[in-house]
Design a protein around this ligand. Structure first.
Ligand code: ZN
Length: 259
């Protein structure tokens, strides 16, 4: 197993140990300096975490993912805070339109019990729903982390633990897209049906299912949010894919140990 801090050419994976920074990779000609950890200044979030750098980092990942992933510091520390923020926002967006509408939801069951009881029920159920969805997205992220480590090992890439982790955390803006896309689908149904008065509510029978009537509005109300979820998942996967290609040989930053 190769040391995760050994400098490799970020283009071809050639071992650069002993070469001067002014030199070039003997294998592909890429300047050695461009493969050293110093060539990665870090994302705005890694530079200084805050609301502005959070927004700038997420926008940069979406707008120019290859550039952003080429500049991410392969730091064994940090990254979790960005993941948690993005996942919580995504969960909020995912939970908001559905809470209280699904059968079996305690908020729906608590209706009619007076405003105080409804508020109390909402006060614990909604945060619980958001946390549950957020935990599920973190689980998906961990599965992705294990998956890219597995694939990288099979392709003989030296994707370090820290590299895979930073890719997964920085790609997590994809989970926000996953949260927004179903809302966009619902907004489309609302625009057509309510604002443009397209008769979406007219019912019809589904062929080959006698007696099962539905309406275009219902079909769109279910299929568009699902399509949105699929699109969001694809966006996340695409971002991770680009991130892995940009970090597959990057060395993990040597962290000074206390002493
Ligand atoms: Zn090279």
């Amino acid at each position: 197993m190769m040391d995760e801090t050994t400098p490799l050419c970020e283009e071809c994976g050639y071992d650069l140990t002993g070469l001067v920074p002014e030199g070039a990779c003997p294998e592909c000609g890429r300047p050695v300096a461009r493969s050293l950890p110093d060539s990665r200044p870090g994302s705005p979030w890694q530079f200084s975490p805050g609301s502005v750098s959070w927004l700038r980092t997420n926008l940069a990942v979406l707008r120019a993912p290859a550039e952003l992933f080429a500049s991410v510091r392969i730091d064994p520390r940090g990254g979790a805070s960005l993941l948690v923020l993005n996942v919580l926002l995504a969960a909020l967006l995912l939970a908001a339109p559905w809470t209280g509408t699904l059968i079996g939801d305690p908020i729906r069951g608590g209706r009619g019990g007076g405003p105080m009881r409804e508020l109390l029920t909402f006060g614990w159920v909604f945060p619980a729903q958001v946390l549950g969805i957020a935990a599920f997205l973190v689980l998906l992220t961990m599965i992705e982390f294990a998956g890219i480590r597995f694939i990288a090992a099979r392709r003989k890439w030296r994707l370090t633990r820290a590299g895979a982790w930073q890719v997964c955390c920085h790609a997590s803006v994809g989970w926000i897209i996953l949260g927004v896309a179903p809302l966009a689908g619902l907004a489309l149904v609302y625009t057509l049906g309510v604002l443009l008065r397209v008769p979406l509510g007219r019912t019809f029978t589904i062929p080959a299912t006698p007696g099962w009537r539905t309406s275009l509005g219902t079909v769109m109300g279910i299929s568009l949010p699902i399509a949105g979820l699929v699109i969001g998942l694809l966006v996340y996967e695409l971002l991770v894919h680009i991130g892995v290609r940009k970090c597959r040989y990057a060395a993990t930053l040597r962290v000074a140990t206390k002493g």
